[in-house]
Write a protein that binds this ligand. Sequence first.
Ligand SMILES: NC(=O)c1ccc[n+]([C@@H]2O[C@H](COP(=O)([O-])OP(=O)(O)OC[C@H]3O[C@@H](n4cnc5c(N)ncnc54)[C@H](O)[C@@H]3O)[C@@H](O)[C@H]2O)c1
Length: 278
Amino acid sequence: MNERVNVKTLFDLTGKVALVTGGSNLGYDAAEALAELGATVAVTRRRKEEADATAALLAKDTGSEVVGIELEVTDEASWKRAVDELIGRYSKIDILVNNAGGRQVSVVPETIEDDPSFEFLETRLLEDWKYTMDANLTSVFLGCRSVAPYMKKAHSGKIINMASIDGIVGRDLRIYPGSGLSPTVPDYLASKAGVINLTKGIGVSLAPFGIYVNAISPGGFYRQQPERFVENYTKLVPLGRMGRDRIDLKGSIAYLASGASDYTVGHNLVIDGGLTSW
Ligand SMILES: NC(=O)c1ccc[n+]([C@@H]2O[C@H](COP(=O)([O-])OP(=O)(O)OC[C@H]3O[C@@H](n4cnc5c(N)ncnc54)[C@H](O)[C@@H]3O)[C@@H](O)[C@H]2O)c1
């Protein structure tokens, strides 16, 4: 029989060093959860001043040590600089949250508001498609390979990749007409599906080195979207609401970043109020 381990001890991140990319919104929430559990956290933004401002706010909110680091997640040289900076400062990296991502939409067709079956297939600019793939998927690949050598050396590490329910299902396009918002773009769906399976692939290859790679797939979080959109969207959610910033993501980060998930590899933890369950 194994010795009893208190579950609170499993979640404790005291002494751990974490890197969270894209420290606004969900990235901020992830960093906040890690800092609250005792980790020293580095948050990245594309510009150094933004990173420092986010770090200062997070340090004030949590009382933890937080540093800001500049990082362009699509650029391998930028990853090297960011990881070198962190290693130079703390000599290790225990946790990486590949959170930064987004999409580029240079052209929004005018028909979008009136056509319930509209999707971007024919109008999508190839350069926008490529940017989204880089920002969401290549960035995760670069992040994993930038930290892997240090985690391998320590025979320990936790990597969390931010995917999306858009990587699991297509969008119900009926929520968009009259909502004031455009449907998501196909490259976003493809890139997030890529993150989910890349997580499995890297997860199994790094597991023998004591490195745990898992993904989180959030559903839609509430960000003052137009009322009509929120109404349409929440009808699709068994819980009847959108995700809440500062609350609903944090438990999943705590679980996958800590010893609480020490038998979990390549998993995609869905945080969507049940939307993809029916
Ligand atoms: N908000 C949601 O409802 C939702 C749902 C599912 C998945 N997600 C995913 O969660 C993650 C965070 O979402 P969010 O809502 O906080 O998004 P957000 O747009 O508020 O934040 C994304 C962050 O990533 C940064 N970023 C984007 N491209 C970058 C690049 N090339 N280099 C460096 N930084 C870059 C942005 O500057 C920003 O700080 C994203 O990966 C997103 O796709 C969000």
